[in-house]
Design a protein. Structure first.
Length: 471
């Protein structure tokens, strides 16, 4: 769901609350499920994919979320199918399922195209890796229009397997094992992005250490549609990157980098931004903007006398403005892992607590100047749930951003939204709904299906409900 081009109006827009219409499906028994994934909203129905150990199912729901039908998919592959992602193709009223199989020590990639009625139209074998790999959806990076996808997998030695798939052509355009002296995936890798032209950018950082901060730089490896490689280096001296994100500005044909920088590596001390023309790197400037004390105290609630930075913040969204600037969203989250003890004796069971707190939202001009910045306050805590109900869902249209989240991680907790316009004005509203059954929305797996509608899932006691909110 990350790095989405949003045509924000930069004019002040009214932030008055809009009424919402909330619809909830009847529950599905998911006792045997391994995963569920919302697909898309087609002409007359919304589709949901489910996987069990032995079956692949598609459910269709009408506009009021009444279930229309359930169908089982049978793939052509004779070996066990491992699905990676469902890819929508709304223009053709179809969708794809990208999956892989193992055979004779190799990993084969496949792409099945299905109609909106869940009938398999074609099932392609795209190609293979020489090794037997274990992949997941985390190994996929898509272009924003879903025409290209790169499957990447780090090797034990710290290199990266890469396979660039042209979805429309139903083929692997190129693949390789990326190796570069001095670069190790676990230490230097930052991000992989693909633009709409099919160009891939593999981004690394080097010398991100206090003692070598004067040599700190980003290395960008560019691969065209045929896999031909070009190398670019962008210096960011005297500070370290606390967190950084890259995206491609399709309108202005440039890379954009933004993030949090640190002077001591323990906490973030400010924001940085760069509008990157790879053909003229010598003229590219990275602009650093330090945090002010008021903002840091609002973000952290810290009351001590001296405060110089913020900690445990990660970039969650980087949204391109039409003029080439960005809106950056960073969220504070902490994970605690420990073994509970009773009467001084360890229980032997691991406990994981999750805390997701305030969100920093900053709008940055293409010059690097800060346009506005706001703090969205929230506090979410949970345990042993992989934080599936925490964080937020970013709902976008041409004039507003809506940040939706569960006020608490508990059944029938209130759902709130922060509404922001292009000038940084903020309203906080409650999203009202009525349900006789307890609900807790997994916003992080929700999808936006139109300019005024999003869909999310709620699961309790192995019963899944689909929830639609219409503004």
């Amino acid at each position: 769901m990350k790095y989405i081009l949003l045509y924000l109006f930069m004019l002040c827009t009214s932030l008055s609350s809009f009424a919402q219409e909330v619809k909830i499906s009847e529950p599905l028994d998911i006792t045997k499920d391994l995963r569920q994934e919302l697909i898309a909203d087609y002409t007359n129905h919304l589709l949901l994919y489910r996987q069990t150990k032995t079956r692949h199912l598609i459910h269709a729901f009408d506009k009021d979320l009444g279930e229309l039908w359930e169908k089982e998919i049978t793939f052509d592959a004779l070996n066990k199918v491992h699905p990676l992602s469902v890819i929508t193709n709304k223009k053709e009223n179809t969708f794809f399922i990208l999956y892989y199989t193992h055979k004779k020590g190799k990993t084969y990639l496949h792409l099945a195209e299905l109609s909106q009625e869940a009938k398999i139209l074609e099932d392609f074998t795209l190609g293979s890796f020489r090794e037997r790999l274990s992949l997941s959806s985390d190994n996929l990076i898509f272009s924003s229009d879903k025409k290209y996808v790169v499957v990447y997998d780090p090797t034990f030695e710290g290199n990266i397997h890469l396979a660039h798939i042209d979805i429309q052509a139903r083929k692997i355009a190129w693949q390789r094992e990326f190796k570069e002296a001095g670069l190790i995936y676990s230490k230097n890798y930052l991000e992989l992005i693909i633009n709409k032209a099919g160009t891939t950018f593999l981004c690394f950082e080097q010398n991100n250490q206090r003692k070598r901060a004067n040599e700190h730089l980003y290395s960008i490896y560019e691969f065209d549609k045929q896999g031909t490689e070009s190398i670019h280096h962008l210096s960011h001296p005297d500070v370290m990157a606390y967190d950084v994100s890259f995206c491609y500005d399709e309108m202005n044909q440039k890379l954009v980098a933004a993030g949090l920088y640190s002077e001591n590596f323990r906490e973030a001390n400010g924001l940085f931004y760069a509008n990157i023309d790879l053909e003229e790197l010598d003229s590219t400037q990275i602009i650093n903007s330090p945090f002010d004390e008021k903002l840091m105290r609002s973000l952290t609630g810290e009351r001590r006398k001296n405060i110089e930075g913020i900690s445990n913040f990660d970039i969650q969204e980087m949204i391109l403005r039409r003029d080439g600037g960005v809106i950056l969203m960073a969220e504070q989250n902490l994970v605690y892992e420990y073994e509970p003890s009773f009467f001084g004796v360890d229980s032997g069971a691991e406990q994981t607590d999750y805390l997701f707190e305030n969100i920093l939202v900053t709008s940055i001009h293409p010059t690097g100047e800060i346009h506005w910045k706001e703090v969205l306050h929230k506090s979410q805590s949970s345990e042993n749930d992989k934080a599936r109900y925490s964080s937020f869902f970013l709902f976008k249209n041409r004039s507003l951003l809506r940040v939706l989240y569960n006020d608490e991680i508990s059944w029938n907790a209130n759902v709130y939204e922060y509404v922001l316009n292009g000038e940084g004005q903020v309203n906080r509203n409650i999203v009202s709904y009525e349900s006789k059954k307890p609900l807790l929305l997994a916003f992080r797996k929700g999808i936006q299906i139109s300019s005024n509608t999003f869909v999310a899932l709620s699961t309790r006691n192995n019963r899944l409900r689909v929830v639609k909110v219409v503004y």
